[in-house]
Design a binder for this molecule. Structure first.
Ligand SMILES: Cc1cc2nc3c(=O)[nH]c(=O)nc-3n(C[C@H](O)[C@H](O)[C@H](O)COP(=O)(O)O)c2cc1C
Length: 371
């Protein structure tokens, strides 16, 4: 079931890049949550092409909720949401149907589906599928916000340019809004933008690293053996196309530390157990410890580039060359920032429902009073 995720808050993604629609079905959302298309639309706007540095594909991505909401509130049934694909041009894909793009899923999809794969725009391997992730995640975000959980993702590295460390969540939130690459360090943001412009001229692409911080999580989320918080998140985050690395807390850095450096010492703050440092990224034994959950997501360079590269013609089984022409992001990591937030949201909400921390019926304010 490669298109569905979650045990209690279940998300199914459907559609293809150049098919009629892209969408998501969410099953298991608490009833009574005030929900309108605007709630989902504002998250979709953050993912949409158009920040000047992304694909020229002109889609309005207007979301429609077709079920699961009545009288302005979720009714407990499956919520089906979709957007229509309008700006379609399959010419290049039809011409190159049998020549897989290096770095893309064309070859693996061709073999796995016996040549029946929809290669137009990458079919369901397209980054456009992440619109479905955002639809599902925007609902989860809304529920989590009512429970005091805030998810904040931002760009910390593009093409080797690193953002300054040590900014507070408030600074990140404020600065990210004005950055075309969602980077909270203004100087690094400008450098990243000019680097990307250079790459566009050269017909090349680059990757990036996104950091995600979650505050307000209770202690005790996650299951010790097969559903640790890290495992659940990594499972879903690796489903975002282009993700090649996920690192929690100090991650690989921990491997070259001493225990005396890596252990987060505990102390009391207003009667609450907290830690001085947060090398563990807010998770111990697969379970949240009440400190901010912090992880980084590494995204590879966009595979479709204008430079000539070697490939194989799968029809003739002869080596050939390919040069990708079309509307591709020079750095897919940019649009992945809101996607990371939304994927994180539906994972965490699923874990919170599993831990019985979310009421089946949401109250007006915080979910505690059924309406
Ligand atoms: C938001 C987003 C947009 C993307 N846009 C493109 C694109 O325009 N061109 C492209 O070649 N790949 C794009 N990708 C990446 C490919 O979909 C991805 O590299 C491909 O499916 C192969 O999967 P893998 O990199 O996870 O192995 C995008 C990814 C995301 C998250």
């Amino acid at each position: 079931m490669g298109f569905s995720f979650g045990k209690e808050f279940r998300v199914t993604i459907f559609g293809e890049s150049h098919g009629k629609v892209i969408g998501a079905v969410v099953d298991g959302c608490p009833a009574g949550l005030r929900l309108e298309e605007r709630d989902i639309q504002c998250e979709l706007e953050r993912r949409r092409p158009g920040r000047g540095l992304v694909s020229g594909r002109g889609e309005d991505d207007v979301v429609h909720i077709l079920s699961g909401v009545s009288y302005g509130k979720t009714n407990g049934g499956p919520i089906l949401m979709l957007i229509h694909n309008k700006d379609l041009d399959s010419t290049w894909y039809e011409r190159n149907r049998y020549i897989p793009r290096p770095g893309h899923a064309d070859y693996t999809a061709f073999v796995k589906y016996g040549g029946h794969n929809d290669n137009r725009g990458g079919g369901f391997f397209s980054g456009r599928m992440t619109a479905g992730f955002v639809m599902a995640g925007s609902i989860a975000k809304k529920v989590l916000a009512k429970m005091g959980v805030r998810i904040l993702a931002h760009m910390i590295q593009i093409n080797g340019i690193k953002a300054r460390e040590g900014l507070s969540d408030e600074e990140i939130l404020e600065n990210v809004a004005g950055s075309p690459v969602y980077c909270a360090d203004r100087t690094a943001s400008e450098l990243m933008v000019s680097e990307i412009r250079k790459l566009i001229e050269e017909g090349d692409s680059t990757g990036g690293v996104i950091e995600c911080r979650v505050s307000g999580l209770p202690v005790g989320l996650g299951e010790p053996i097969f559903d640790p918080v890290e495992g659940v998140l990594a499972h879903a985050l690796f489903s975002i196309p282009g993700v090649k690395a996920v690192e929690f807390g100090s991650g690989f850095g921990l491997c070259s530390m001493r225990g005396s450096q890596s252990n987060d010492e505990l102390y009391l703050q207003n009667g609450r157990v907290v830690t001085k440092t947060n090398h563990s990224g807010g998770v111990l034994g697969g379970i949240t410890n009440g400190m901010p959950l912090i992880f980084r997501v590494g995204i590879k360079p966009t595979p479709s580039i204008k430079k000539r590269q070697r490939s194989v013609d799968l029809r003739t089984m002869e080596e050939t060359e390919i040069e990708v022409v079309g509307r591709h992001d020079p750095c897919v990591a940019i649009r992945a920032v809101p996607v990371v937030e939304c994927v994180t949201a539906f994972c965490l909400l699923d874990l919170m429902i599993m831990a019985k921390m979310i009421p089946k019926v949401m109250g007006e304010e915080d979910g505690s009073k059924g309406s």
